[in-house]
Design a protein around this ligand. Structure first.
Ligand code: ISE
Length: 335
């Protein structure tokens, strides 16, 4: 069976997902798109064999032609679109963050619980990256003994004009918040943000940042967030355990040695670094929707839990100090 998908928001990430979903190996096609910029929606639809540009995201969700929805619009619009999908009983893949406040994420969780079935998957793509999966496998297998410490770095070559100080936490480090919860299968219990000497390349931004997370079992994770490193896009993670360490390897496919140097290419941006993860993520999502199974990827609860941690880290960024993370009990739908 082909899955007919509607896409709301066809900016950079939206177009990436459209490319994968239209005629993708899982048997999906894009039949409707909408964007705040109607001209852009028309251009994207014009490139696709079966897609129409519709006036609004609400029209995409309401369309009888649309079986499932992908939300890749601006973060503050996620909540109403995801709630409308739940009300319409349509599966929805929503890019991260699920919504921009924990209250909004909670309303989504509550709506899904009231509907009594899982319809939402959140775009925390690292869970689908082969290297991150291998890292988790090594931790789960006990290869390095009990984990004790984690060292991560999240580096962007540059960020767009509209990127604000809070986005280093809410838009960038939120990936590590989900990754740490997923890697260890437990919650983050506190966050503290440190503000080192600022890079002269960061303009008004507080760049870099160092965030310290405490996990429920006492593991400590430090995360460097640098968003103006210029040399490329780099994601690092090393877990230090009682009997060894495991870390993500360099993503460069080859290493060249010549004239006294060793060199390997650094990806330019997240699209290049995580291309395979997006392929797997959308393929697995399409497969579960077609099979009428609940989504296997990050749930609305995961989106909510990451947002609660993000809010704690933002509080620490603004006011300093360690901020405890308090999560309510996980509803039965997500156990
Ligand atoms: C972007 O939205 C992403 O998801 C990237 O993975 C992250 O590195 C970047 O900072 C975000 O803006």
């Amino acid at each position: 069976m082909a899955l007919d998908v509607g896409v709301i928001g066809v900016g950079m990430i939206g177009q990436e997902h459209v490319r994968r979903l239209d005629g993708g190996p899982g048997g999906s096609r894009v039949v409707a798109v909408a964007d705040a910029d109607a001209g852009r929606a028309a251009t994207v639809a014009g490139r696709l064999p079966a897609a129409k540009a519709l006036p609004s995201g609400e029209d995409v969700i309401a369309s009888d032609a649309v079986d499932a929805v992908v939300v890749t619009s601006w973060g503050p619009t996620h909540e109403p679109y995801v709630l409308a999908c739940i009300a319409a009983g349509k599966p929805v893949f929503c890019e991260k963050p699920l919504a921009t406040t924990q209250q909004a994420c909670r309303r989504i969780v509550d709506a899904e619980v009231a509907a009594g079935r899982r319809l939402v998957q959140v775009g925390f793509n690292r869970r689908f990256d082969p290297a991150h999966r291998a890292l988790k496998q090594a931790v789960d297998d006990g290869t390095i003994g009990a984990p004790l410490l984690v060292h991560c770095a999240h580096r962007n070559a540059s960020v767009p004009q509209h990127y604000t100080r809070d986005m280093s936490i809410a838009d960038t480090a939120i990936h590590e918040m989900d990754q740490l919860r997923w890697l260890f299968g437990q919650e983050i219990t506190a966050a503290q943000v440190f503000t080192p000497r600022r890079s002269s390349r960061g303009g008004e931004l507080q760049d870099p940042l160092l965030v310290l997370f405490e996990m429920a079992d006492g593991v400590l994770a430090d995360v460097e967030v640098s968003v103006n490193v210029h040399y490329g896009y780099e994601i690092r993670c090393e877990v230090s355990g009682e009997s060894g360490t495991v870390e993500l390897a360099e993503p460069a496919p080859v290493r060249v040695r010549r004239e006294g140097t060793v060199a390997g290419l650094v990806p330019a941006d997240w699209r290049e670094r995580f291309t395979l993860s997006y392929d797997v993520e959308l393929r697995e999502w399409v497969d579960t929707v077609v099979a009428a199974r609940p989504p296997g990827g990050p749930s609305a609860w995961d989106g909510y839990a990451a947002q609660v941690v993000s809010d704690a880290a933002l509080q620490s960024l603004h006011a300093g100090g360690r901020v405890a993370v308090e999560l309510p009990e996980r509803p039965g739908l997500y156990r």
